[in-house]
Each structure stands twice: as C-alpha cells, then as structure tokens.
Design a protein around this ligand. Structure first.
Ligand code: ADP
Length: 246
C-alpha cells in the first residue's frame, strides 16, 4: 500500500510537470505548424526548400500529437464520470477498436457482464481500451487473436484485454506503468499509454493486473468497482441509462 501511494504521488508530480510543459508547447507548436503550412503551400511542396518545409510540417505534426498524448496523460481536462453499463461502454467502442487492428488480427468481443455498471468518464474509458488495444496489436505484428471480455466478481467489473502476441520479459513487466517507458522504436511509442490507463483506472477506484508469457501473449485485466444505485429505496433518482445497476 505504501508502495502504491508513493507510485501515485510520483505519477501525479510527473503528470503535473508534463501537463504544464505540454500546454505551453502546444501553443508554440501551433504557431510553428501554422507558418510551416503556409510556407509549404507557397512553395508548392516542390524543390529543395519545398521539401524541407514539408519535412518541418510533418515533424511539427508529430510533435503536436505527442503533446496531445502528454495532455491526455496529465488529464488537464476535468473528468466527467457517469454511471453506465460496462457492456454498453464496450459496444460503443467496438467500431473504433475494429478500425485500430489490422486484418491479421482476429478481434473477439465478449461482453458478459449484463447489468453491471461502473462509474467512469466514458471518454477516459475509451482511452484506456484504445491504449490496451494498440499495445496488443503492436505485440502481434504477425497477427493473432485479441479477446476483450467483461465479467464480474462480487465487487468488481473485470475487463480483460488478451493477446496472443510476443509477451514480455520481467524487466519490461516491472516498468510497464512508468511514464515514458517504451520498448517501441523512435516515433512509434511514447511510453504514456499504460501510465495514462493506470491513472484513469485508479481515478475510477480500480486497478490493473498483468499476466504475460514470452512468446505466448499477455492479458491486461482492469478491475473496477461495481457502481451501486444511489439509494436502494430511491427509485426516482435512478440513472436512466442503468436501470438494473448494482
Ligand atoms: P508505448 O505503447 O508508447 O510503448 P505503453 O505505456 O503503452 O507505451 O507501453 C509500454 C511498453 O509496455 C511497450 O513499449 C511494450 O514494451 C510493453 N507492452 C505493453 N503492452 C504490451 C503487450 N500487450 N504485449 C507486449 N508488450 C507490451
């Protein structure tokens, strides 16, 4: 518990720092990218200078994407949690998730937590799924099966994202949730995906467990408390989108 607390504190400090930098950088970048685009258009993207300005524009866009991820990680925007059926949240994201994976990956969605609600910002829940699915996809360069499943136990909703990919050695497993830790090549990974997911799930009162075997695959399991109805007798204030919640 002590360890978890220290980890949370470290995350928050890094998040605040990263968020501050990302915010200022974003403003600077939008000026640079704006002018780079104008120069590129003027030069029609041709000739030596035209190509250079196109390069500047591309690099600037990449930097802008990175700062966007930093902002998502530091979560400057306020959270808007609401109580929703976890299987509905999953179904809402299905199209987006299918678009992310390649044809070589067989994506299996198994929503098996009917009636179970969680209290979370739906955008942030999508962000977590997206980050886990991108990692699973990247771990299965040659293809494989990606299974997303929901279940419940007594207190929690469990959402598991399982891949039949490369798996990971202990050295990687130990550092997974560290901000900026990545084994992906330059420009492909930021090392913020799991740190962001961790922050979001913690915020919803949950945790993330990881099992992995090299050459076999990995499974990430989110455990998020089942959200109860506000008052057992108070039918008037029931959330309309979660009639049987709790
Ligand atoms: P990024 O994806 O930008 O590298 P993440 O925080 O999402 O950042 O992941 C950190 C690292 O954890 C990855 O670079 C990879 O080495 C490892 N990892 C995450 N998910 C998986 C997975 N499903 N299979 C194998 N390795 C993984």
């Amino acid at each position: 518990l002590e360890d978890q607390f220290r980890h949370a504190q470290k995350m928050e400090a890094i998040g605040r720092l990263a968020g501050g930098i990302a915010h200022d950088f974003n403003n600077i970048l939008s000026i640079m990218n704006g002018y780079a685009r104008i120069i590129e258009q003027e030069l029609d993207g041709t000739g030596r200078l035209g190509q250079m300005s196109a390069e500047i524009h591309r690099a600037g866009e990449r930097a802008a994407r990175l700062t966007q991820q930093l902002l998502a990680f530091s979560r400057k925007q306020v959270s808007q949690p609401r109580i929703a059926l976890v299987d509905d949240l999953l179904r809402d994201d299905e199209t987006m998730l299918r678009r992310l994976v390649s044809d070589a990956v067989f994506l299996e969605m198994i929503p098996s937590a009917p009636d179970a609600c969680i209290e979370i910002d739906p955008h942030r829940f999508s962000q977590v799924l997206l980050n886990l699915v991108v990692n699973a996809r990247d771990a299965m360069a040659q293809g494989g099966t990606l299974t997303i499943r929901t279940t419940t136990n007594r207190r929690n909703v469990l959402v598991s994202v399982q891949d039949t990919g490369c798996g990971m050695p202990v050295e990687v497993k130990e550092r997974l949730f560290e901000p900026f830790f990545t084994t992906k090549e330059e420009g492909k990974g930021t090392g913020l995906g799991l740190a962001t997911a961790y922050g979001i799930v913690r915020e919803a009162g949950g945790s993330i467990a990881v099992e992995s075997a090299e050459g076999v695959g990995s499974v990430f399991t989110l455990s998020i408390p089942i959200a109860r109805k506000t008052q057992p007798s108070d039918t008037a204030s029931r959330k309309p989108d979660c009639p049987k919640g709790g």
